[in-house]
Design a protein around this ligand. Structure first.
Ligand code: HEC
Length: 151
C-alpha cells in the first residue's frame, strides 16, 4: 500500500512537472511569436515610410538623409527623446549624425503612423541596424502618452 502510494505521488509530481514545463515552453513560444510579428510589421512600416529616405540598408544618402546605423539619438537610448523625435520630426533642429549635418528635415510621423506602428518600426530599426542599440521594446502605450504631451 505504502509503496503504491509513493508511486502515485511520484506520478502526480511527474505530471505536474510536465504540465509546468509545457506551460513555460508555451509562453516562451508565444512571446517569441509576438516579437517576430512585431519585427515583421516593423519591417513593412520601414519599407513603406522610412526607406525612401534612409534606404533599405539604413545607410541613408550622403548630404541628404542620414544613416540610421550610428544615429546619436538611438545610441543615447533615451526612449522619450526617440519617441518625441519620431512623432514631431526634427523641426529644424540640427545636430551631427555620424559626423554629418543634414539640410533636410525629418518629417513628423504623428499624423502618419499609429502608436503600434511607431513601436514596431522602432523595434525593427533598433534590431536591424546596430547591435549596440538597446533592444528594450517600446510599448504602444508609452507612445500614446507622449503623443498627448507633445505640441
Ligand atoms: C522624407 C525623408 C525622411 C523620411 C520618410 C524619414 N526620415 Fe528619418 N530623417 C530624415 C532626415 C533628413 C533626418 C535628419 C534631420 C536633421 O538632422 O534635421 C532624419 C533623422 C532621423 C533619425 C535621427 C537620427 C539622429 O540620431 O539624430 C531617426 C532615428 C530617423 N530619422 C528615423 C526615421 C524613421 C523610423 C522613419 C520612418 C518612420 C523615418 N526616419 C522617415 C529624413 C527622413
Amino acid at each position: 500500500m505504502i509503496i503504491k502510494g509513493i508511486f502515485i505521488k511520484f506520478d502526480m509530481i511527474k505530471n505536474k512537472t510536465l504540465i509546468f514545463t509545457f506551460l513555460i515552453l508555451n509562453s516562451f513560444f508565444l512571446v517569441n511569436k509576438s516579437l517576430s510579428q512585431n519585427l515583421e510589421q516593423g519591417k513593412i512600416i520601414f519599407n513603406n515610410f522610412c526607406q525612401t529616405c534612409h534606404q533599405s540598408n539604413g545607410k541613408g544618402v550622403p548630404n541628404m538623409y542620414p544613416s540610421l546605423v550610428k544615429a546619436p539619438l538611438l545610441l543615447r537610448n533615451n526612449t522619450t527623446k526617440i519617441i518625441d523625435y519620431i512623432l514631431k520630426g526634427s523641426q529644424g533642429q540640427k545636430q551631427a549624425i555620424d559626423g554629418e549635418f543634414f539640410p533636410n528635415d525629418m518629417p513628423a510621423q504623428k499624423d502618419v503612423l499609429t502608436d503600434q506602428q511607431i513601436a514596431d518600426v522602432l523595434f525593427f530599426v533598433q534590431k536591424q541596424f546596430n547591435s549596440s542599440y538597446n533592444l528594450k521594446k517600446i510599448m504602444p502605450e508609452t507612445i500614446q502618452k507622449r503623443r498627448k504631451l507633445i505640441h
